[in-house]
Design a protein around this ligand. Structure first.
Ligand code: C2E
Ligand code: MG
Ligand code: MG
Length: 499
């Protein structure tokens, strides 16, 4: 736990006075008395000078300490100071049952704001955000700059009542007010900027634990707030997701370790034509956890996204995918075979993604024309400059783009026109319902006819049996992926199965 060493000022003024008194007594022994007066006067002057110096030094020390606790850009208390405050509040909560809440305020899309307008404007925006927060946060509630684009508020909830629901409702209401404060654009003098914030809230009860677990809870809350597109406020629910969030955190540390040890592997599953010929191989990440066993990729990828590990994980996955792909393509002598790689939302909004992929392709000797990037709708819902720049580069460099899991999200036509994909993958939930659900059949038929009219390649995922394949072919679908043809396999196993 974070703890401030108790400040024990040495009582220098008192010491000086004692020494002076002793000197005065000694002087009083002097002869003749005229000298006594002179010596006493000199002693008094010396004492005054020393006391003054001492006060100045103390002032200097105090202002140095105050400065070390401030963020120089916004003038707000900084992260170390805030952590101390949380510690004190937790102590108070324990000793005098005073509940409190911690709020994390995170600026939406700050990175792309910085990229688009430059760091000087980014700094001015941060100052303006701090100013607006200062006006909303009650005097007495601590406001701090917590990270690059993160602010934190420590909210005293004593006097609100006892019920947890009441405390949560109160903190939630305040968080919504904070979010609403950012509806009007920020005025930066020569320009104005639309800046939104998300707020994660964690209400601490008297039995609150240490700062580290409070911060972990907040981390969960802020990610939740970011994931909710409309409300932008999430209250961390101790009862519902407390354990889940700690479990996520554990998984995140294990995943980092697995990446360090090179424990992740890639399985490959073919996308095939009606005659069984392979058209592309989809690379699917696999992780065998030392104690938990197989962890499904959607689970660990969600954790990597939440803990900002996806950039690094995505690079490792892409590089492993290229290795496996090359091995299979060469062993089976299939020079025209393609590779389909999944790209997650945070990867796509990383401004340097296209450069890194290009470098890895060049190193592996694979032309981008052989790569299909599978993107889900979530990645393009929030249009931002980095995502759009990546997509533009991908099109220019000759990659194919596929819209994955089509039908499960918004499936809106405007998203289609943003992504302008070459390929659509119908989600397996529809495919697997064919034969038992008339609605699913209609949906697949509509998607199929739309794809034909828009000249898009269409792939059906989750084809598990011959009957489903027959139904899909009836609907005119040309490409398939599923256990009926091949399960995802590691390269050696896939080579052996195909040989
Ligand atoms: P996805 O991209 O839609 O991948 C297709 C999923 O369907 C895979 O699940 C595959 O194993 C499964 N599948 C294929 N054929 C059948 C079938 O006939 N029946 C059934 N029931 N399932 C079938 P998997 O490997 O568990 O991956 C799940 C999701 O995790 C993927 O969905 C993708 O969103 C994500 N994912 C997996 N690997 C990666 C990766 O390397 N990077 C990223 N960003 N996401 C990945
Ligand atoms: Mg996919
Ligand atoms: Mg899919």
């Amino acid at each position: 736990m974070f703890r401030v060493p108790p400040n024990l000022p040495i009582r220098r003024p008192l010491l000086l006075l004692l020494v002076a008194a002793a000197a005065a007594i000694a002087i009083l022994q002097l002869q003749p008395p005229g000298q006594q007066l002179l010596a006493l006067a000199l002693l008094l002057i010396l004492l005054l000078v020393l006391l003054r110096q001492d006060r100045q030094q103390q002032q200097l020390r105090a202002s140095a300490q105050a400065l070390s606790q401030r963020d120089p850009l916004t003038g707000l208390p900084n992260r170390p100071h805030f952590l101390q405050e949380i510690d004190r509040a937790a102590e108070r909560a324990r000793s005098s049952r005073r509940p409190f809440a911690v709020l994390f305020v995170d600026i939406d899309q700050f990175r792309s704001l910085n990229d688009t307008y430059g760091h000087a404007t980014g700094d001015r925006a941060l100052i303006a955000v701090a100013e607006r927060l200062r006006h909303t946060v009650r005097l007495g509630d601590g406001l701090a700059r917590y990270g690059d684009d993160e602010f934190a508020v420590l909210m005293d909830l004593s006097g609100i009542g006892d019920g947890e629901e009441l405390l949560r409702a109160h903190a939630h209401q305040f968080a919504s007010r904070l979010v609403a404060q950012f509806r009007p654009a920020l005025d930066l003098g020569d320009t104005s900027l639309d800046v939104g914030v998300s707020v994660g809230v964690s209400v601490m009860r008297p039995e609150a634990t240490d700062a580290a677990s409070i911060l972990r809870q907040l981390d969960g809350a802020i990610r939740q707030a970011k994931a909710q597109r409309h409300e932008r406020v999430a209250v961390f629910d101790l009862t519902a997701s407390g354990d889940a969030s700690l479990d996520d955190y554990q998984l995140f540390s294990d995943l980092k370790e697995a990446m360090r040890q090179g424990a992740l592997t890639m399985a490959f599953q073919p996308l095939v034509r009606g005659d069984g010929q392979w058209w592309s191989l989809e690379a699917l990440a696999r992780w065998q956890h030392p104690t938990r066993g197989f962890v499904p990729p959607d689970r660990f990828i969600a954790v990597a996204e939440r803990y900002r590990l996806m950039g690094e994980l995505g690079d490792q996955i892409f590089s492993l995918s290229l290795q496996g792909f090359q091995a299979i393509r060469q062993a089976l002598r299939l020079p025209g075979l393609r590779l389909s790689a999944n790209i997650s939302p945070s990867q796509l909004s990383d401004p340097e993604l296209h450069q890194r992929l290009a470098a890895m392709l060049a190193e592996a000797g694979v032309p981008p024309q052989l790569i299909t990037l599978e993107i889900t709708e979530v990645s393009i819902l929030e249009r931002n400059t980095a995502t759009e720049a990546n997509l533009e580069q991908f099109r220019r460099q000759g990659y194919r783009l596929a819209l994955d899991d089509f039908g499960t999200g918004y499936s809106s036509l405007s998203l289609l026109s943003t992504l302008r994909p070459d390929e659509i993958k119908i989600d397996k939930s529809f495919v697997m319902a064919l034969g038992s659900d008339a609605m699913a059949e209609q949906i697949v038929a509509v998607i199929s006819s739309m794809a034909r009219h828009m000249d898009l390649q269409l792939v059906a995922e989750g084809v598990e049996d011959a009957a489903t394949l027959g139904a899909l072919q009836q609907l005119g679908i040309p490409l398939f992926q599923g256990y009926h043809f091949q399960r995802p396999l590691l390269p050696e196993a896939l080579i052996a199965a195909a040989a």
